[in-house]
Design a protein around this ligand. Structure first.
Ligand SMILES: *Cc1c(COP(=O)(O)O)cnc(C)c1O
Length: 428
């Protein structure tokens, strides 16, 4: 995104240049609350847009099927060394192109078609690739799904008793922990014990939490899991990509063959270089501060929304995620998402556990604090964000005139806050 790259595009392709420029402005002028997004550093973007785009490097460092790999080998080795330090693990594969592909590679390595595995249901905050029906994971395997408690003291929390009884009943080959909307710590040890009872592999998909884990603010699953997958672009704030980690050498070898040649061809070496850069950033002490602030900000946002009469799923958060239940306000997720987007608060509708509304409507919203914290938003800012979200959603009951007032005022405040925290200063 540096001048160098944008200038080239401006001259050769003004049409696409326009979309890049507009996207930059959109990101600058709105508050990004989508929990899976972040704002990568300019160095990460530049490495990702670099000359390594041109290189084919099928295979692994030192064992490639192409010549001329000495420098891309070095980039992959740096990335590997850094990621192993970051998560305190023995082996890593950094070639999966995305989180979904990392999960597919684990299935290819450890399962046969129609084998049984156990994963968290999408409806309870799990991910599509953990066995949802429309996904390959739900089509090609016998995916059994666990969820969260419907009521009681531990309402909305993972139902570990259900995980255990489903495991005993179905004898899955893999049990997956990890989620996309679940805001709390997951008890890796409990899952490990259940896996041991039934002889299942324990797989953790830490896509959402990996930055918080790198920053030592969320429990590291590495000591408990047989294999860990993750995206690298969510809280980890890196290149758009993924990875697979393990301490088990046998599994490591199977994973390597599954990723290449099992599932993919040439790795994206420009993305590899960008991963190396972002892992280097995550190793710095500042990143620990950053992840602390991400969680602190999420707690403030959650408290503010609760004070304003909303319910937060699980009652709070241990992570970057705030999972809002709109039912106390008689609102639906699709409507709320649209109204917030109009003033520049970007978030997504999300089903809540046992949601009475269909997935296209939903009764909830999912917020995340990782992106705005990256640009500098602090506790006070997030208190304001919580108030603005509440003002906007409450204004739906007002007259058109009053609604307009709240809308204009909120939009003005958001632009002021965004101006205080510019992104990619060098690119403006
Ligand atoms: C985001 C996410 C993925 C998928 O990552 P993509 O890079 O979008 O394919 C997988 N698992 C979990 C838990 C996620 O949150």
């Amino acid at each position: 995104m540096s001048d160098l790259y944008l200038k080239g595009i401006k001259e050769t392709d003004p049409e696409v240049f326009e979309t890049l420029k507009n996207e930059l402005e959109r990101q600058q002028n709105q508050i990004e609350l989508i929990a899976s997004e972040n704002i990568a550093s300019l160095s990460t973007l530049n490495a990702q847009g670099s000359i390594m785009t041109n290189k084919y490097a099928e295979g692994y460092p030192g064992r490639r099927y192409y010549g001329g790999c000495e420098y891309v080998d070095k980039a992959e080795e740096i990335a590997l060394e850094r990621v192993k330090k970051l998560f305190d693990c023995k082996f890593a594969n950094l070639q999966p192109h995305s989180g979904a592909q990392a999960n597919q590679a684990v299935f290819l390595a450890l399962l046969n078609p129609n084998d049984t595995f156990l994963g968290m249901s999408l409806a309870s905050g799990g991910h599509l690739t953990h066995g949802a029906k429309p996904n390959i994971s739900g089509k090609w395997f016998n995916a059994i799904q666990y969820g969260v408690k419907k009521d009681g003291n531990d309402k909305d929390l993972i139902d570990y008793d259900e995980v255990e009884s489903l495991a005993l009943e179905h004898k899955p080959k893999i049990i997956i922990a990890g989620a996309s909307a679940y805001p709390r710590f997951i008890d890796w040890e409990k899952f490990r014990n259940i896996c041991d009872k039934v002889g299942a592999y324990f797989m953790v998909d830490m896509a959402h939490y990996s930055g918080l884990i790198a920053g030592k603010q969320y429990p590291n699953p590495i000591p408990y899991a047989d294999v860990v997958t993750s995206t690298t672009h969510k809280t980890l704030r890196g290149a758009r990509s993924a990875m697979i980690l393990t301490n088990n050498e046998d599994i490591y070898k199977k994973i390597n063959s599954a990723v290449f040649p099992g599932l993919q061809g040439g790795p994206l070496m420009h993305v590899m270089a960008a991963k190396a850069v972002s892992f280097g950033e995550a190793l710095k002490p500042e990143f620990k501060e950053y992840s602390k602030n991400v969680i602190l900000n999420a707690k403030i946002l959650s408290e503010t929304l609760v004070k304003r009469g909303f319910r937060v799923v699980t009652g709070g958060t241990d992570s970057h995620i705030v999972w809002l239940d709109l039912t106390p306000k008689n609102l639906t997720g699709d409507k709320a998402e649209k109204i917030l987007e109009e003033v520049g608060l970007a978030c997504n509708k999300n089903a809540i556990p046992y949601d009475p509304n269909p997935p296209k409507i939903t009764s909830g919203l999912r917020f995340g604090t990782a992106a705005a914290t990256s640009r500098g938003f602090n506790e006070n800012d997030f208190r304001k964000v919580g108030e603005m979200i509440s003002d906007m959603l409450d204004s739906l009951q007002f007259s058109e005139d009053e609604k307009r007032k709240v809308f204009d005022n909120t939009r003005k405040n958001i632009l002021e806050m965004c101006n205080l925290y510019p992104i990619y200063k060098e690119a403006f």
